[in-house]
Design a protein around this ligand. Structure first.
Ligand code: HEC
Ligand code: HEC
Length: 262
């Protein structure tokens, strides 16, 4: 082999190693959703693929106009609509499989009402694998905040605090979202049910510090972590003064409860 060929080979090998390293670091900083994806994220990806948001609006929050036969709208996946349309999590599954729950399909008046709608809910029985279906049911019930709480339990009260303070805006329904966030440590806002949590929240005291101060002392005093905390486009607000000790206790109980359901 002549000298030029050897040099060229070494240069090409060097470039390849460099690219591999850069790609590896990039993937470490912002791994693709499919690798870190929670059940919630997998369910949402299936909802995108199946076109659910075309009719039910982004994250199922705002249905499009419909005629049934008078002007109305496709129901959103909100708690209010769930009371009318969905009696249990099993009925979410039935809606998805057959475009309506068994209860409605067995009632001639309901069947007539359904057939008169301009936009009808499709049945996805033949389109979904059983794993996709279960992820989708989990996603729809979480997105619609359907999980039934006793409003007087610490978890139920904690969820009311979270709703009042607007945490879901950045963290997604039940804190299970994973919104992109430019300039942040991971490239996204980690969900409360992810494994990223273990690095960011080592114990309940740190969860309190996130809420009160927008980050725990441990990360604030770590120069590398603090760099990302201060340069990311969206930063976690400090809620000090906006909730009392009891509300903070309930919030912590609720957030920890979310992590037990994944
Ligand atoms: C073509 C429009 C359309 C698409 C696409 C669609 N839906 Fe629906 N969906 C409807 C309509 C219309 C209703 C109300 C039916 C009724 O009133 O009987 C409905 C009702 C529902 C309900 C019960 C009511 C509520 O909102 O709580 C659920 C749950 C639901 N859809 C989930 C889904 C999911 C999950 C997907 C995707 C897999 C999906 N839908 C795709 C139109 C659609
Ligand atoms: C304006 C957007 C925004 C709001 C509103 C918000 N957060 Fe955050 N939150 C963030 C960002 C950004 C991070 C930092 C993520 C990072 O450092 O990578 C974060 C981090 C966290 C963390 C660390 C662990 C994790 O999974 O992200 C917790 C816990 C948390 N927030 C809880 C809350 C609670 C509880 C509320 C409501 C009281 C709330 N957040 C409201 C943006 C927000």
């Amino acid at each position: 082999m002549n000298r030029q060929v050897v040099l060229a080979s070494v240069a090409v090998a060097g470039i390849l190693v460099g690219l591999a390293a850069a790609f590896g670091i990039q993937r470490f900083l912002a791994p693709p959703v499919s690798e870190t994806g929670s059940r919630f994220e997998r369910g949402r990806a299936t909802a995108v693929k199946m076109g659910c948001f075309l009719c039910h609006g982004p994250d199922g929050r705002a249905g499009t106009a419909n005629f049934l036969p008078e002007l109305d709208e496709v129901p959103s996946w909100s708690q209010g609509n769930f009371a009318t349309y969905v009696k249990s999590a099993d009925e979410v599954r039935e809606w998805i499989l057959d475009g309506a729950p068994k209860r409605m399909l067995a009632d001639p008046d309901e069947k007539r009402r359904i057939s008169q709608q301009l936009i009808k809910m499709p049945g996805y029985r033949k389109q979904l694998t059983s794993a996709e279906l279960e992820d989708l049911v989990f996603y729809v019930t979480a997105a619609g905040l359907l999980y039934p709480f006793d409003e007087n339990s610490p978890e139920g009260r904690g969820r009311a605090v979270v709703l009042r303070l607007g945490c879901y805006g950045c963290h997604g329904a039940e804190g299970r979202g994973r919104a992109p966030n430019k300039g942040s440590l991971k490239g996204y806002i980690p969900s409360w049910d992810s494994s990223d949590w273990n690095e960011l929240v080592e114990n309940p005291q740190e969860l309190r510090e996130w809420v009160l101060d927008g980050a725990p002392k441990r990360l604030r005093t770590n120069p590398a972590a603090n760099f990302f905390l201060t340069t990311q486009m969206v930063t976690m607000p400090s809620y000090q003064g906006h909730l009392d000790d009891k509300e903070l206790d309930d919030l912590v109980t609720y957030v920890q409860f979310v992590r037990t359901r994944r």
